[in-house]
Design a protein around this ligand. Structure first.
Ligand code: SF4
Length: 71
């Protein structure tokens, strides 16, 4: 199963990923992404894998990473 890892030490909280991946991520009061499922490293549903990969590639701080991706 693919999961989205967010490195909070790198994230600057501008919320780009929450716009690109709004099905999975909400924005907290300071603009930092919060997983809608409440987990620290949310599972990426198969239909959202490409969108998640796009969000990872667009993160300006390189704070996002997909882990456990098999394809
Ligand atoms: S795109 Fe990257 S830097 Fe911006 S809020 Fe998301 S994780 Fe943080």
């Amino acid at each position: 199963m693919t999961r989205l890892h967010i490195d909070w030490t790198l994230c600057d909280g501008r919320g780009l990923c929450t716009e690109l991946l709004e099905e999975m991520l909400a924005e907290d009061d300071w603009g930092f992404p919060l997983a809608r499922d409440g987990s620290a490293e949310p599972a990426v549903p198969a239909p959202l894998e490409n969108a998640a990969a796009h969000a990872v590639s667009r993160c300006p701080m390189l704070a996002l990473r997909l882990v456990g991706r098999t394809s």
